[in-house]
Design a protein around this ligand. Structure first.
Ligand SMILES: [Zn+2]
Length: 708
């Protein structure tokens, strides 16, 4: 019911000649607003709070009770309508209204549960989540409701329907069948039991992935004791130490933290086996077939082809990266040594720092939050003719202080929706960058449009008395990425909320956000807004170019690692998840050889720390496919001119406007005028890699001193 998207791991690309950046000499109202704390409007008239998100019910936590009751009575009325032979609305319209009335409460409650600092609100919200979930579970077993959507999907509706209606009806039907409603009672019961089992085992496995490991201190070599937290006889290893400059510490932490844990191994095997049984019970060959159904790539065979093509082509590129890492390591430790899995993160970060030739903190003064928001505004104005405007928050509208509210206004269509920006760190706030849909866009019964409402949650430093919030280059990427999700929500004008904006298959959902990272890595775009917060001096060209170039370094070895992880995730959810030996470590060892240039380290079990196996289950590949499509869009439509209005308009109409209302493979092939095949997707990523390498080579040629 609810939908949140976590920050992707995608890296960036940029290219092209600099043209003179346009900048304004004084700060715009938007930049000024975001360079100060949000207006804390005092309730001087002692008027009543308007309630969270302006919802009257939510002046008090008890309001969730009234919202639940409304949802229950709406549900009753709408379920009756689906079974009414004299109904005069399309079945899919009634279903969408049913889904909307439940999602409105569930999505909002899920967000408030996570974000509200007051316990009374978060508990009331949690209670609402539980109620709505149980209504949904109940509806999922309602055979009359199922038959109603099935008959429309298979034999057509009594009212005439469009392609979008038919597609959305099929999505509803598929959602229903996920709970096994179409099966014999014995199998349906098994599906319910397996789903429950998968949930429990998944949660336990996830919790185990982050547990620190305690070992006896005599196992810790003397010369690195000072780097670890030692308490009595115990050393606690809480992570991989991947960024430590001490090679021995990295290796030791890697071997200890990843030493195979028997309980995790049992949980993972049971989880994979339950998933497989679930898929087979529902008539699928494997869990991957079930998970990938309806996606952009359509089936796991395409995923595997895509990964195999990449694995083969990436090998020599990745080898070059490793060669550079070996020489860096030799220079550092004074003798030749190979590169091990515990080395890559350290040398990747090191080379990026060296390329910047300045600490990341030297870049931050050029990225005040206000300037970055103004940059986003200039970009979306150029591409789509829309403006981001700050509007005052009413008393009681936000869950905490320091939230900004943005109105997204199109030059002709008017207000498209609202984005609440909860950007600053605070105690108790989830430490994850996230986009939350609070209310999905949809056409209402009277023909008007229910505008979308979303929240962007980020973790930026709070402003100080001496300066606004200053973002690191990585935070700028995160801001652009999350804003990509928000713009998808705002600009999709879907008929149905079931497919609003980001409610599309996972392997397409990250396309708009990853594409925004390409804009954030282009000197022509950064040049629009990267200016010193005190002097408004633009960032010097050499800094701008180095910053963009640093994003392209070791791109091949990073991509190869993602390919390997994706292949592992596919294998674990295939017809034969554990190969011939039944050991999850044997699977990772053989795949590491096939997909990655650095060999597997015996007696380590990285897979038992891989929490994404639970949350993504056979969809981890989505990052790579979304990135392939985003880079394809960038290369074809925006690389030549990242501020082109006609390209922006085309992208909006052909991609963003549909949300999930058009099958994603059709959407992509219609827009890009090419079929979505494994080789097309792979070649777009490989071309992206060439572009990055050429950028680096050009910079080196232009006599800028290149480290290594
Ligand atoms: Zn994302």
């Amino acid at each position: 019911m609810y939908f949140t998207i976590s920050r992707s791991i995608s890296k960036l690309n940029c290219l092209g000649q600099l043209f003179p950046p346009r900048y304004v000499s004084t700060l715009s109202p938007l930049a000024t607003a975001f360079n100060s704390r949000p207006n804390r409007r005092l309730n001087l008239t002692l008027q009543k709070d308007v309630g969270l998100f302006g919802l009257e019910h939510l002046q008090q936590p008890e309001g969730f009770q009234a919202m639940k009751e409304d949802a229950i009575s709406d549900t009753r009325r709408l379920v009756q309508e689906t079974c009414d032979p004299n109904r005069d609305r399309k079945m899919v319209v009634v279903f969408d209204e049913l889904s909307d009335s439940l999602c409105k409460v569930a999505d909002l409650a899920e967000f408030i549960r996570l974000a509200h600092p007051k316990e009374a609100f978060s508990l009331a919200a949690e209670d609402a989540c539980i109620t709505i979930n149980s209504i949904v579970e109940h509806l999922n077993t309602n055979r009359e409701l199922y038959q109603a959507i099935r008959s429309v999907s298979e034999s057509g509706d009594i009212c005439s329907t469009t392609d979008v209606d038919k597609h959305v009806a099929r999505l509803f039907l598929f959602d229903f069948e996920q709970s096994g409603i179409h099966l014999e009672e014995k199998d349906r019961q098994r599906v319910v039991r397996l789903n429950d089992d998968i949930l429990q085992k998944g949660q336990k496995f996830m919790a185990g992935t982050a547990l620190p490991r305690a070992v006896h201190r005599k196992l810790l070599p003397q010369n690195i004791q000072h780097l670890f937290s030692v308490s009595g006889d115990q050393v606690l290893v809480a992570g991989l130490y991947g960024d430590s400059p001490n090679c021995a510490a990295r290796e030791w932490a890697y071997r200890v933290f990843l030493f195979p844990d028997e309980q995790q191994e049992v949980l993972l095997k049971e989880l994979l086996s339950a998933r497989h049984e679930l898929a087979v019970t529902c008539g699928f060959v494997s869990y991957a077939h079930r998970a990938v159904k309806g996606s952009t790539v359509k089936n796991p065979e395409v995923v595997n082809d895509f990964l195999q093509i990449l694995a083969e082509k990436l090998r020599p590129h990745s080898e070059k990266d490793l060669e550079v890492m070996r020489s860096m390591k030799k220079a550092e430790i004074g003798s030749s040594s190979d590169i091990f899995p515990w080395d890559t993160l350290y040398y990747t970060r090191k080379i990026k720092r060296e390329w910047l030739q300045a600490p990341s903190s030297d870049f931050s003064p050029f990225f005040s939050l206000g300037n970055c928001m103004e940059g986003l505004n200039l970009l979306v104005n150029a591409l789509y003719g829309i403006q981001l405007k700050t509007v005052d928050m009413m008393p009681g509208e936000a869950w905490t202080q320091d939230v900004y509210k943005l109105e997204v206004v199109h030059e002709i269509e008017g207000v498209l929706g609202h984005i609440y920006c909860d950007f600053y760190q605070r105690a108790g706030k989830p430490n994850q960058d996230c986009h939350f849909t609070i209310r999905g866009g949809k056409v209402l019964a009277d023909g008007s449009y229910q505008n979308p409402v979303v929240v962007l949650m980020l973790n930026f430093p709070t402003p100080k008395w001496s300066s606004p919030s200053l973002l690191s280059p990585g935070m700028v990427d995160n801001l652009f990425h999350e804003m990509g999700h928000a713009l998808h929500s705002m600009m999709a004008r879907t008929q149905y909320q079931h497919v609003t904006g980001t409610r599309c298959p996972t392997d397409f959902a990250e396309v708009p956000s990853v594409l925004m990272e390409y804009f954030a890595a282009d000197p022509r775009v950064l040049g629009l807004f990267a200016r010193h917060f005190q002097t408004q001096e633009p960032m010097p060209t050499h800094m701008l170019e180095r910053l963009c170039a640093s994003k392209h370094l070791f791109a091949a070895s990073e991509m190869q690692l993602q390919v390997f992880y994706s292949a592992l995730d596919q294998m674990y959810h295939s017809e034969n998840p554990l190969g011939s030996t039944g050991s999850t470590s044997d699977v990772i060892a053989s795949l590491q050889e096939e997909y990655y240039n650095i060999p597997y380290i015996p007696k380590t079990a990285w897979q038992l720390r891989f929490s994404h196996l639970v949350s993504y289950g056979a969809k981890y590949y989505s990052y790579l496919v979304s990135r392939a499509i985003a880079s394809w869009i960038w290369q074809n439509y925006f690389q030549a001119d990242p501020l082109s209005r006609s390209r922006g308009e085309q992208y909006r109409q052909e991609c963003l406007a549909h949300g999930g209302g058009k099958p994603p493979h059709l959407l992509v092939s219609d827009y890009l005028k090419k079929d979505v095949t494994a080789s097309q997707l792979a070649s777009s990523l490989l071309q992206d890699l060439d572009t990055r390498n050429n950028y680096i080579k050009d910079m080196c040629k232009n006599s800028i001193k290149c480290p290594s």
